[in-house]
Design a protein around this ligand. Structure first.
Ligand code: SAM
Length: 228
């Protein structure tokens, strides 16, 4: 499958069945047990990023690009902490939902802007670029291109999360739970950590902090890379 097709499939998925599924998982209404488990795991990833940024003590006024922002699970709390957040997603449905949630939770959204855009189309320059749980939609051979583009937008720091490849077949099976039913055609790609680190290093970044979140159905390796 080529990237154009992959991307079109992902976009259609997150504007249809994927939107329904993920906006529920990334919400607080009733969900099934698998979805509840993924909700908890994902929230842990978001909380880890926020705790890193809060620990640095310079979040207020910091420019942050949240690439593939989904329904704003990270962008909204970052904006609440007075960061200047530029959030974007390939899916207009996800962005519309994010805008509703931002309005509900922040009221004033002056320091948070949303765009419908695939991340390869993003331009500009931000202190920090963050891309959580999006690499799962990129085959290994497209990861370098994607990360290189995000790195070009990051003045100081790039924070990425991805499903690590080391978990072998059990994890592959579990990650299949991300896309049940007809949407199973949307593939979930795992990535080797060593490959991701090499790509970051080739772009002039070094790993500073790392975390791993694992629940029963959710696996996410989180890396903070700093420009050398
Ligand atoms: N980063 C968000 C979070 O952690 O809450 C959302 C994660 S969700 C699993 C993946 C998101 O990536 C979806 O909202 C999807 O539309 C978006 N996405 C996938 N491919 C993308 C691309 N090429 N450019 C921008 N967004 C993309």
């Amino acid at each position: 499958m080529n990237t154009v097709n992959d991307k079109a499939i992902v976009k259609d998925y997150f504007n249809a069945t994927g939107f329904d599924r993920w906006q529920r998982i990334y919400g607080d209404g009733e969900v099934n047990r698998v979805q509840q488990d993924i909700r908890i795991g994902h929230q842990q990833t978001v909380d880890k990023v926020i705790s890193w940024l809060e620990a640095d003590g310079n979040l207020s006024g910091l420019s942050i690009c949240d690439a593939g922002c989904g329904v704003g699970s990270l962008s909204i709390p970052l904006a609440k902490n007075s960061a200047i957040v530029f959030a974007s997603d390939i899916s207009h449905k996800m962005v519309e939902e994010a805008q509703v949630r931002a309005k509900e939770s922040l009221g004033n959204t002056e320091n948070l802007s949303f765009m419908v855009k695939d991340l390869e189309g993003l331009g500009g320059s931000y202190h920090t670029v963050i891309c959580l749980d999006v690499l799962i939609h990129y085959p290994q051979d497209k990861a370098a291109e994607m990360i290189t583009h995000l790195a070009s937008l990051a003045e100081s720091r790039l924070i990425l999360s991805f499903a690590p490849k080391t978990l072998l077949l059990t994890a592959l099976k579990k990650i299949g739970e991300f896309f049940p039913g007809p949407s199973k055609t949307t593939r979930a790609y795992q990535h080797r950590e060593a490959d991701i680190v090499t790509i970051l290093e080739n772009n002039g970044f070094s790993i500073q902090r790392q975390e791993m979140t694992s629940t029963r159905f959710y696996y996410s390796r989180l890396l903070e890379a700093i420009r050398n």
